[in-house]
Design a protein around this ligand. Structure first.
Ligand code: HEC
Ligand code: HEC
Ligand code: HEC
Ligand code: HEC
Ligand code: HEC
Length: 266
């Protein structure tokens, strides 16, 4: 079983590079428009603002302590017009966008299923809202056995072009630290088969099996986890990555794939 690999970028075609940069131009302008369109409320109501007594009304004024906090306070005020807020000029900015702040919080939500990753990276934001293609980051999936996670270089291809204000998001600072120190990000692997099982992505992708069939609605998740299987095999519930899960699908569509032991075990 191959170790988790960092997708090799050095030999990529100039075509793909061109595709990447044109994507980015598009994405940055989309960013501005997308921010409010995708607004869906803050995961945590209290985003770190400080309370200051208001001498005039006798109540408290919530004072923003960051750009993200300012976005959160504005959203709260929209729901509760009574709320008194103050946004210092230094935090009254467009970037980082409200939805980037929000996704970063959701991707590190300890209550949500799945491991806490070294960076709060949201698939919902990248693959869902910004529609970045799965294969743009998991380039190995259709060619090699392992899908692989994107290198720091792939991330920085976009993020080095973002306004410096994005450094307010801790995940962006962690990303840039890794870039400066030429250190790979140690993502926690979620799907992991035992060594004695043989699995190839490319055979499945070529056979037209969608990523989501096996991984769930990735583009709707801020924080990834092992999504439970929706199929019932042999009339008993089967958990994802168990042998019955593989075989159950191989039996479908009139025995679409081999169930010979040696197909999956050497
Ligand atoms: C193709 C461009 C692109 C690539 C590649 C990319 N990002 Fe992003 N990233 C974005 C955009 C666009 C946003 C949202 C900006 C906004 O809403 O203002 C974003 C937002 C983020 C955020 C804020 C929280 C979130 O997830 O929305 C983090 C953290 C982040 N990216 C980390 C990464 C990491 C780590 C990688 C590499 C694994 C990466 N990005 C690769 C374009 C990209
Ligand atoms: C901008 C880059 C980017 C895009 C686009 C992207 N991913 Fe990812 N993917 C990552 C990163 C980084 C990780 C590791 C962190 C994590 O698990 O959230 C990851 C992890 C995963 C994992 C879990 C791997 C494991 O550890 O088992 C799956 C499954 C996955 N991605 C599927 C998809 C699918 C399906 C799509 C398209 C709908 C997609 N990804 C789009 C960057 C990306
Ligand atoms: C037939 C089911 C199936 C399909 C379809 C599938 N995967 Fe996977 N994926 C798996 C299994 C099983 C593993 C665990 C592999 C292992 O442990 O060797 C995995 C692992 C991964 C990983 C983490 C492993 C690594 O290489 O680091 C990523 C990322 C991933 N898949 C992304 C994708 C993407 C993107 C697609 C669509 C282009 C996709 N997968 C399609 C079953 C599938
Ligand atoms: C959602 C359906 C689906 C699931 C789940 C699935 N497979 Fe497959 N698998 C297929 C299809 C379809 C093919 C046939 C591909 C082809 O025709 O080349 C295939 C082919 C294969 C092959 C190559 C067969 C050969 O004859 O060389 C192997 C090995 C394999 N799968 C292993 C696994 C393992 C291991 C798992 C579970 C971790 C798994 N598959 C889960 C649909 C699935
Ligand atoms: C389509 C792929 C596939 C086929 C075909 C397959 N297996 Fe498996 N097998 C797996 C996977 C995946 C696991 C790991 C399951 C897990 O970790 O829960 C596994 C696990 C096992 C284990 C260890 C079970 C345990 O509980 O630890 C044995 C023994 C085994 N298989 C035997 C067989 C035999 C015998 C056959 C032929 C009749 C066979 N397998 C056919 C995918 C397959």
């Amino acid at each position: 079983m191959p170790e988790r690999i960092q997708t090799e970028r050095s030999n990529e075609s100039s075509n793909l590079k061109a595709k990447r940069s044109s994507f980015l131009l598009g994405s940055v302008s989309v960013a501005a428009a997308a921010v409010l369109a995708f607004w869906s409320g803050w995961p945590g109501a209290d985003a770190g603002s400080v309370n200051v007594a208001n001498a005039a009304s006798g109540g408290d004024i919530r004072v923003a302590t960051s750009v993200c906090d300012a976005h959160a306070l504005r959203a709260q005020q929209e729901e509760d017009p009574e709320l008194e807020i103050e946004i210092p000029a230094e935090f009254d900015k467009q970037w980082p966008s409200a939805s980037a702040c929000q996704s970063a919080i959701a991707a590190w939500d300890p209550e949500a299923p799945g491991p806490i990753q070294p960076i709060p990276f949201s698939h919902k934001h990248h693959a869902g809202e910004f529609k970045i293609d799965c294969l743009y980051c998991h380039a190995g999936t259709d060619e090699s056995q392992a899908a692989g996670v994107p290198s720091v270089e792939v991330c920085m291809g976009c993020h080095s072009q973002f306004p410096a204000e994005y450094d307010e998001i801790e995940g962006i600072r962690i990303l840039k630290d890794h870039w400066e120190q030429k250190k790979p990000i140690e993502w926690v692997q979620i799907h992991r088969l035992p060594e004695y099982v043989q699995f190839r992505h490319n055979r499945h992708i070529k056979a037209g099996v969608q990523c989501q069939t096996c991984h769930g609605p990735v583009e709707e998740l801020d924080k990834l986890h092992l999504v439970p299987d929706s199929h019932i095999g042999y009339l008993v519930p089967v958990a994802k990555l168990e042998m019955g899960w593989c075989i159950n699908c191989h039996r479908q569509n009139n025995q679409q794939a081999s169930q010979d032991c040696l197909t999956c075990h050497y």
